[in-house]
Structure formats: structure tokens, C-alpha cells
Design a protein around this ligand. Sequence first.
Ligand code: SAM
Length: 478
Amino acid sequence: MSRSIGLPLTFLARMADLLDEEFPTFLAALSRPPVAGLRVNTLKLSVAEFLALCPWELKPVPWCDTGFLLPPTHTASTYPLYDAGLYYLQEPSTMAVATLLAPRPGERVLDLCAAPGGKATHIAALMADQGVLVANEVEPDRAAILARNLETWGARHALVLSETPERLAERWPEAFDRVLVDAPCSGEGMFRKSEQARYHWSEAHVAGCALRQQDILDAAAALVRPGGLLAYATCTFAPEENEGVVWRFLQSHPDFDLEEPAPLPGLDRGRPAWAFWPPTQEEVAPAALPDARAEALSRTARLWPHRTEGEGHFVALLRRRDGAPRREWRSAAASELTSRERAALAAFWEPTVGLPLPERLLVRSSGEESEVYALAEDAPDVRGLRALRPGWLLGTLRKGRFIPAHALALGLRRCEALQRLDLPLGSEEVARYLRGEPLPSSGADGWVVVCVEGFPLGWGKRVSGLVKNHYPKALRWP
Ligand code: SAM
């Protein structure tokens, strides 16, 4: 099926100039509908377990072993397993980024421009709950969405901040093993999906984005430890924001080298000559340069909609040369709970949650309420920073009682809830729970984790045979 999506004429002229003979195939691809994808949450279940539960016919994404293409008729955004955080709906090309960043369990990883959380949730899954993931988003409203998505994902070792890259660079120089800059960009690669991106596009916008990207990358570079990896990604085709930005970065940061990406299927090479595009720019063409670094730009990677089943994306892996050891950060100090607080927490925890109570807890008080967080073992001190989540939010202490957070239920794995109400997938009760209705259930009074197929969906509180609904109002089905 082909459709007209009103592409900016100047954009088309630029792409015709850049792609030459390939342009007609590219244009034909842009008039086809976009492909949707999902990525399985391996923090909660294996890919094989997910496929046994999944009702849609899926096709693997070649560059991500947990990613799948959805058929056009899918209903994946209104399905209970989505509310249980068993998968994330993510544009397929974007799944290449965390695959290439390849974070490892136990590392310190920073996702600097993280909302709404596609790549952050992918990074969290690859880190398997070990180490520290700092997910940062400068826009406060978007940071709140990021926090919610990481909570649904059940990422227990993630912190969510809303800071400028510069403030983080001052606070934690050379502290991270890996840093991802998934930069704000002109979004040409999302033109098939986003009318907004088409509407806001102009050459001036492209130029403005390139300047901003350079500033963000400068700050990001300072955060990477010697020997660590900085990944830069955009969802645009514009050379000024891709090869151009990376070229300027390499010139101003001689301690970074471009690293060859893993040879994933579907990945194309970047184009060194495009670093100096449009040709009116002052730089000389790379062929005339004595510097072999320009040729190294072929180690950047591109995904194209006419060559793969996905949208446009660009990725560069920049390795900081080794030398000095990683700089340490000040660790988060755990709070001393009062005996009253500890008793309230234990009274809830022991009969309800089948995990030992985390040892390192942080209590943040405001007024009569205190939020209780579990701190990752290696968590940094975030005092003085805008931290939406300094750790895994367990719940709130209020007037001597502990009220569990949605994030606690969604962070529990399949067998970690002692008090549960198990509902089968496809049952009317699941839909009723997600709509916010109470459910009849026999058993002891108290908090219960409502589960679908054994996977937590949220909290309920049983009183005399009826489970009162505590599913967050903002997430309820209509
Ligand atoms: N990584 C996200 C994901 O996978 O879901 C998408 C990130 S989006 C491409 C870029 C983000 O950068 C936006 O959320 C935007 O608010 C943020 N941003 C905008 N200006 C910024 C700046 N000056 N510094 C850092 N981040 C910025």
C-alpha cells in the first residue's frame, strides 16, 4: 500500500542530491506504512516464554535478538501483558542502538537523553539488574514518563534524573563505563510515523539540531571513563547531524576513536564524504585530507527504510582511549530507619513479598509522608541533583503505615509475590482489574499482588472477600 505523507520539498531535494540513483527506492519506501515492533522484557521472562504467550504472528528483528516486527493488525498497546511490562513497543531500527552499546551486568551506564525510555529499558534488560543505570531526561514532563516506563519495565537498578548534561558532567567526570547520547534531532528518519517531525522540519532546524548535538556530546565525553564507550545516535538522515557532528567531535576530542560496530544484519556504513555536506561548507573533501580520521567515519552505522524493515537511524561508537582509571563517585548513603518505620515496613513486607527486604534503603520525607527506595549496591549520591527516582521506589510511609508503590509490584518477578490474586490471560477479571474495578477473592485480608499468568499487574487490598482496586488511575483502561 502506498500513501502520500506530505514530505518537505527541500528535504526531498537534499535526499535526491545525497542518494542519487538510490533516491527513487528511498522515496518509494517512505510512501509505505511504517512497521511496528516490540521488544521482550528479559528481566521478566525469556523470549521463548513470551512467544508461548503472544497472540500475534511475529517476525524477528535481525539486529536485536529480543526484538520482533508486529503484523499491521496487532493490538499490542491494549493487551494485559503490555501493562505487566512484558514487552516495550519500540520502532525496530532504534533497537540497534542498545545492541551496539552492549552494556554489561555490573557496569555504570548513563542514558543521557532517555525519555520516553525505549533504549533505557533495553539497556536495563541487557544489564540484568546488576550495576547502575542512570536514566536522565532534561525535560521534567518527559522525565516523569521515563520514570513510569522504567517502573513498568521493572528496572530495579535504575535511577531517573532530570538534569542538564553539563551538570552531570560536573558531578560525575569520567565515572561511566558507557554513555548513550540518543540526541534530540530533526527526526527525518521518523517522517513516516510522525506528522509533527514533518511539520517542524526546515534546514535551519537541522543546523540548530547539529549545534545542540555538539554541545550535548561535549558534556557526554567528559562523563566517559578512560577506555569507556560513548554511543551517539539520531533518528535523522541529515549528514550535518550525523557524520558532520561526529567529525567535529573527533577533531575536538583527540582522545576518542571511532569503533567498528558489531556486524549486525541490516546495518549500513556511514558515509565519510557526507561529513562535509552540503558542499558549500568550508571544509575540504575527505579525499583531500591527510587525516585518516575522516575515512574512519565509515565505521559509523546507518539504518535505511529502503534497505531494512524499520525507520532511519544513525549510530556512532566512540571509544575513549585508555589510560587513567575510572573516577570514583560518592556512593549514596542508606538512611537509618526509625524503629517505627522499620516495624511498619516489616509488617507489610514479610507476609506479602517473597524477597528479602533490600538492605540499603533511602527514605525521602516531605510533610507527613516518606518515600522509601531500595538503593542499588553501587548507587551514587544524587543529593543536589533533580532526582525523580534515586532507586527502586518501594512505597510510602504515612502515619505509621506502609503503602506499596506500583513500582514495587511491577519490579517483582514471577514468583516473588507471596500474596497474589492470579488471573488468567483473556479472562474478564483482568480487563476489570485494569479498568479499576474491585474483584471478589477469598483469602486473608491485606495487600495482594494482582497477576496475569503469574506476572504482576499492580496492587489490590483484600477486605472481607473483596479486592479493592489500587491500579494507578492514570494507567487505567477506559
Ligand atoms: N532515548 C529515547 C528513547 O529511546 O526513548 C529517545 C530520546 S529523544 C530522541 C531525545 C531526548 O533528548 C528528548 O527526550 C529531549 O527532551 C531530550 N533533549 C532535548 N534537549 C536536550 C538537551 N539540550 N540536552 C539533553 N537532552 C535533551
